[in-house]
Design a protein around this ligand. Structure first.
Ligand SMILES: Cc1cc2nc3c(=O)[nH]c(=O)nc-3n(C[C@H](O)[C@H](O)[C@H](O)COP(=O)(O)O)c2cc1C
Length: 212
């Protein structure tokens, strides 16, 4: 199948969201934890988390157009400048997925989706206890993407929790060992399998693929 720009534009809105979400490949499955001004905790699934350079260590995610739908995650992080990113592992995919439902601002997805909040000194937002790799961040800035109304939200890492058994040689993190998952589109979850590991490559080390 081939699709033109026009055919993509004419797709049913929901079908297009799912389809275009899937074409970039498997994306990280993360739960973002926040807390409101009135101390109501919030957790929601996001598949657009990315790293944005390491000095200082920044991470970002794409927020859908805010429009009329309340975005509790975003409102909370603007209100108190704190959020957490928590890997979704194979044991909590269902709980994680259900956090995407629209809950009212006095309900906590932690209670309603069977997840446990966990607090660490110095980070106001809650972590997800069941998650194995967790990142505490300070909100930094938002960059609007004018072409489609999405927003790149940026935070700086202030706290990291990584199980010792996941940290390998040369600061590798073995995501398969901690059962981190990936997402295709908006509905399908994958587990990870480590295939191989290659060193940093210098020009003269590139093999001759024509003879291999
Ligand atoms: C698999 C999956 C991935 C999602 N990724 C994103 C995302 O990257 N950005 C976004 O704005 N919404 C994303 N959503 C939708 C949010 O989870 C949903 O809008 C949620 O209700 C937001 O919660 P909040 O209002 O508490 O912030 C995703 C939903 C699913 C099911």
């Amino acid at each position: 199948m081939q699709y033109t720009k026009q055919e993509i534009a004419e797709m049913d809105r929901v079908q297009r969201i799912k389809f275009i979400n899937a074409v970039s490949g498997v994306k990280a499955a993360n739960l973002i934890g926040t807390i409101s001004d009135t101390e109501v905790t919030n957790v929601a699934i996001f598949n657009s988390v990315m790293h944005l350079g390491s000095d200082p260590a920044l991470m970002g995610f794409i927020l859908r157009p805010t429009g009329e739908v309340p975005r509790h995650t975003y409102e909370n992080m603007l209100a108190n400048g704190s959020f957490t990113i928590n890997h979704v592992n194979t044991g909590i995919i269902k709980n994680a997925h259900y956090t995407s439902a629209k809950f009212s601002d006095n309900e906590s997805e932690f209670d309603l989706c069977g997840l446990t909040e966990e607090f660490v000194t110095g980070v106001k937002a809650p972590f997800v206890k069941e998650s194995h790799l967790k990142i505490g961040l300070e909100y930094v800035e938002s960059i609007p993407i004018e072409r489609n109304g999405t927003i790149l939200v940026i935070g700086e890492i202030i706290h990291l929790v990584i199980p010792e058994n996941a940290i390998g040689e040369e600061e590798d993190i073995d995501l398969a060992a901690i059962e981190t998952t990936g997402i295709s589109g908006l509905n399908t979850y994958y587990e990870l399998k480590k295939l191989d590991r290659f060193p940093y490559v210098r020009r003269h080390e590139v093999p001759d693929f024509k003879v291999l």
